[in-house]
Design a protein around this ligand. Structure first.
Ligand code: KG4
Ligand code: ZN
Length: 406
């Protein structure tokens, strides 16, 4: 279907009231509702517009730059940024989709999990819009939204079904979760998650201790490209036999981060000692503090980056593929910002191929936090006949993944 046809299909006055809906054919509207999705669970203000599974707009404003000097997302800063970004992002999404607020059939919003103050901004905006437009509101789970991203296709792309059941590995700065999705809107099970840092958070923290700027994931990925992944054997969290008994599908990255920190510290100490010895031998040379802190003189950043990245990619992909095999599910779906990682993608593909598992990776713009995935999940809830959420729900920072809709 062409973009023009998509847009025309949703225009025409008076499509909103129940009577008008009946006139225009309720069934087809339910199958392809025009849904606005609002996502504010972390530092991205995401507004998406879909018609059924067709992606019409995916507009994002990120407050990442405002968090850079803190080395991680600051909840209050994120919440305020959402407040400022929401209206312009909404306007941009409507313009991109070529629709007006009056044409929308429903609103979907992330109600959790995420940062409480950030979530509240999106939830408040969604309620206000739904009330003023007189249309239904669907409060949905952010993590399930990441899976819903795979429903979407651009207007010029053919439709494809989200094949189920699937195992889903969601890895970002805020989450590291392994899910078994039997039915997107009725049956999602949490197999495991991180017991400490999220995978992206580990990238950010290790980058910081290597002196690389925030966000650290892309920086480490870049540095790792010229490094030797076998240079240092960093630990693989929760993969020892005794850990697997209790945490078969869980992840842990804080031990890895500490191991990298210790290794870097030891390398810097060694470099400082060598330098001191050199200085003693040649006392006409002045001591240079830079050698202690100047990481490049002490060790190879690319080697540390590549070895660290290898550990993360190894554990993530090994556990995800092992879950597919154990459960007899021949599909793995990836989501979250860490999916951008070159080694994670490569190793996931290699291991999926070897295990006869089909790997699905949505476009990166739909893997990172966005409103389109939330709209897609809302549209699927509608087309499967689920009732709206009403208005008495709130933001729930720890919403369990089993609660697909609040
Ligand atoms: O999904 P996302 O955009 O948003 C939040 O979690 O809010 O994920 C961002 C995370 C950051 O921790 C970032 O460092 C990480 O994803 N990331 C990467 C890469 N690109 C982004 N991690 C590893 N390798 C990358 N290439
Ligand atoms: Zn996310």
């Amino acid at each position: 279907m062409t973009p023009a046809a998509e847009t025309t299909a949703g225009t025409g006055t008076g499509v909103n009231g129940p009577a008008a809906k009946a006139r225009n054919g309720l069934r087809s509207e339910l199958q392809r509702p025009l849904v606005l999705g609002i996502e504010t669970s972390c530092d991205e203000t995401g507004i998406g517009i879909v018609r059924g599974t067709t992606l019409l707009a995916n507009t994002i404003a990120s407050s990442m730059d405002e968090h850079a000097r803190y080395g991680g997302v600051v909840p209050e800063v994120a919440a305020r940024a959402h407040l400022e970004a929401l209206r312009p992002t909404l306007d941009a999404a409507l313009a991109e989709a070529g629709v007006t607020l009056g044409e929308l059939d429903a609103i979907a919003v992330t109600s959790g999990p995420g940062l409480a103050g950030a979530l509240m901004v999106g939830v408040g905006a969604a309620k206000a819009l739904a009330i003023s437009l007189g249309i239904p509101l669907y409060a949905v789970n952010h993590l399930v939204g990441h899976v819903g991203a795979d429903l979407l296709h651009r207007p010029d792309e053919p439709e494809h079904e989200l094949e189920l059941p699937t195992v889903a590995l969601l890895v970002s700065g805020g989450h590291t979760s392994l899910l078994l999705v039997r039915d997107l809107v009725n049956d999602v099970e949490l197999l495991g998650e991180t017991i400490d840092d999220a995978a992206g958070e580990a990238f950010d923290k290790v980058a910081r201790l290597l002196g690389l700027p925030y966000p650290g994931g892309p920086q480490i990925d870049r540095a790792a490209a010229s490094g030797d992944p076998a240079a240092i054997r960093f630990p693989r969290g929760l993969t020892a036999p005794k850990d697997l008994e209790r945490h078969r599908d869980d992840f842990s990255f804080s031990g890895l981060k500490t191991a990298v920190a210790r290794w870097v510290e030891a390398a810097r100490d060694r470099a400082a000692d060598d330098r001191a010895a050199d200085d003693r031998a040649a006392d006409d040379r002045a001591a240079d503090d830079g050698a202690v802190d100047g990481s490049s003189a002490a060790f190879s950043i690319p080697d540390v980056a590549a070895s660290f990245r290898e550990s993360v990619a190894d554990v993530l992909t090994a556990k995800a593929i092992a879950a597919c095999q154990r459960l007899g599910v021949p599909r793995l779906l990836l989501g979250g910002g860490v999916v951008a990682n070159a080694r994670v993608r490569q190793l996931a593909q290699e291991r999926a191929d070897a295990a006869g598992v089909t790997l699905r990776i949505p476009p990166l713009s739909l893997c990172t936090d966005n409103g389109a995935m939330i709209a897609a999940l809302g549209a699927r809830l509608i087309s499967e006949g689920h009732k709206p959420s009403g208005l008495d729900f709130g933001a729930d920072s720890t919403l369990p993944v089993t609660t697909i809709q609040v």
